[in-house]
Design a protein around this ligand. Structure first.
Ligand SMILES: C[S@@+](CC[C@H](N)C(=O)[O-])C[C@H]1O[C@@H](n2cnc3c(N)ncnc32)[C@H](O)[C@@H]1O
Length: 216
């Protein structure tokens, strides 16, 4: 179930951008929000290496990686979002496709980023997307997830309001799940979770093991 505001926010870009600007205040503003993936992984990834921004939307969270000199591919299901990404960030390589079935070869990337997108998927598909991220990473490569987390007492009410107005049931179901444990189960290693923005956001980093053991 979702409110009438969600389709409007996806249709009219200024609504989406305004909502993002307001909801990112608790983490230090929209620029910081967009930078969280790069900030976590920059020192672990070979400079200029291949990076995938899964569910890239208009490419705003890919932009810091591009500015830092990485070779960034953005995948999204929405041709509209990809067209906007082409205008805003022309150096982003764009792929239209499903995150559950990315049309990309195994072990293509040193890093895979998902910025505020995993909560869009129902539980079963979320697992598929995480499995695909593992498949796409080179051994020793890193995944970074930035997404919602159950807020602490100060932001609990605003988060509930935000989810009711702009999110679907998939977001509330993700809030019930233990993502670090799920990543470990799927075969990721070195899983680390940080809570940000009064616990309303989580940033998780996890690696693909360097061994050649078959993926679970
Ligand atoms: C909340 S937006 C986040 C966009 C971007 N990562 C950011 O940080 O601004 C979620 C994005 O996921 C995309 N998306 C939703 N379901 C998808 C799917 N099954 N495969 C690929 N992209 C999908 C939407 O089109 C949308 O652009």
């Amino acid at each position: 179930m979702t409110s009438f505001l969600r389709p409007l926010a996806y249709r009219y870009r200024w609504i989406y951008d305004t909502v993002t600007a307001i909801s990112s205040l608790s983490v230090g503003g929209v620029e910081r929000l967009r930078n969280l993936g790069l900030e976590a992984l920059q020192s672990r990834i070979e400079p200029g290496g291949p990076v995938l921004d899964l569910c890239c939307g208009s490419g705003e969270a890919a932009a810091p990686w591009l500015a830092a000199g990485f070779s960034v591919t953005g995948l999204d299901i929405s041709p509209l979002a990809l067209a906007l990404a082409a205008r805003r960030h022309p150096s982003l390589k764009r792929v239209e496709g499903l995150a559950e079935e990315p049309p990309l070869p195994d072990q293509s990337f040193l890093a895979v980023q998902m910025s505020v997108a995993l909560h869009e998927f129902p539980r079963h598909e979320r697992e598929l997307v995480l499995r695909q991220s593992l498949r796409l990473l080179k051994p020793g490569g890193w995944l970074v997830l930035v997404d919602l987390h159950p807020a602490g007492p100060w932001l609990r009410l605003p988060q509930q309001l935000f989810c009711a107005l702009f999110e679907t049931d998939t977001a509330t179901s993700m809030l019930e799940d233990d993502l670090p444990a799920q990543l470990q189960r799927l075969g990721f290693t070195a899983v680390n979770q940080e809570l940000l923005a009064g616990q309303a956001l989580q940033r998780i980093t996890a690696a693909r093991p360097t061994t050649d053991a078959p993926l679970p």
